[in-house]
Design a protein around this ligand. Structure first.
Ligand code: GDP
Length: 285
């Protein structure tokens, strides 16, 4: 059941301290995060007239309280210069698919010749080949090395090669093996240093992909990546497969990270710029 439906049901027979406590549980189960859920419900408890409000009035009030945590990041580039997007996330969240969709999304602005994919996941078997298939289908160039190569050197090659060929947007895939977190984070820190030394800060964007269906794990993953190298925006993948997906709100509350994109399917076209109003409507509507 979608979160909004569950909340309507809760309040259909009036508002009591019990239903407000159940609301907190429903928000937590909807991945809004324990801290934010408890803060919001505390605020609602103190709202004048809350106990005589209708269910639709309560949903509206809730939406209003959540609005400051549904924040869009409008990812734009200076197409006259080199721009790099480092795409982060644990295995399986939808990182590779998101890179392909980002290439498709920015294709009208850059054209295929000025886009470059970089296969920075040199750890997972077939990760580079998977990205290569996308590159071929999309008609864009890819820089890759054999599995096991140094990821930093692939990224360095991609940046050098993009400069030589006047390519303006480099989309970098990265490894997502969380079972060896320390190694992964030091590899990412190295990649980050390489990109920073070749790109203007304002032209370098770090995007974390989180899977809308994996619940509270999204917040934990965001904490790990944000503490390691800093995350500029989120892409919420598999939004179409989740009735909850409140993770974005919890991540904004705890880490301050806004959302650039939402993944809404498995095709190249299924990536939408984040629309805060539509997101809250989908969550609570
Ligand atoms: P990676 O390991 O993070 O690179 O994950 P992949 O990009 O390979 O995606 C893992 C699976 O999730 C694939 O089967 C994708 O087709 C699927 N997937 C990715 N994004 C979405 C999305 O927005 N919606 C749906 N329904 N599936 C998605």
């Amino acid at each position: 059941m979608r979160l909004g439906q569950r909340i309507s049901q809760l309040f259909s027979s009036g508002t009591t301290d019990g239903t407000l406590a159940d609301l907190e549980d429903a928000l937590i189960e909807g991945d809004v995060g324990t801290r934010l859920s408890s803060e919001i419900v505390d605020q609602l408890r103190n709202e004048p007239g809350i106990r005589s409000s209708s269910e639709s009035a309560i949903l509206e009030l809730l939406k209003h309280k959540l609005e400051p945590f549904a924040v869009a990041y409008d990812l734009r580039f200076d197409s006259g210069d080199l721009n790099v997007v480092l795409v982060l996330g644990v295995n399986g969240v939808g990182k590779t698919t998101t890179i392909a969709r980002l290439a498709k999304f920015y294709m009208p602005e850059f054209g295929p010749d000025r886009l470059l994919l970089c296969a920075g996941d040199t750890f997972r078997a077939a990760a580079a080949e998977q990205l290569e298939i996308h590159a071929q289908r999309l008609g864009v160039r890819i820089v890759m090395q054999p599995q096991g190569a140094d990821a930093g050197s692939v990224v360095f090659d991609a940046i050098e090669s993009s400069q030589a060929k006047d390519q303006a947007l480099v989309l970098v895939d990265t490894a997502g093996r969380m079972h060896n977190k320390a190694d992964l984070m030091s590899e990412l820190a190295k990649i980050d240093r390489i990109i920073r030394s070749h790109t203007q800060e304002s032209h370098y964007h770090k995007m974390l992909v989180v899977d809308a269906t994996t619940g509270q794990n999204g917040l934990r993953q965001a904490e790990v990546f944000h503490n390691a190298i800093g995350v500029d925006s989120l892409c919420i993948a598999k939004f179409d497969s989740s009735g909850k997906a409140g993770t974005a709100l919890a991540i904004k509350r705890d880490l301050g990270i806004p959302v650039s994109f939402v993944g809404t399917g498995e095709t190249y076209e299924s990536l939408e710029a984040f629309d805060a109003g539509a997101y809250l409507e989908a969550l609570l509507g």
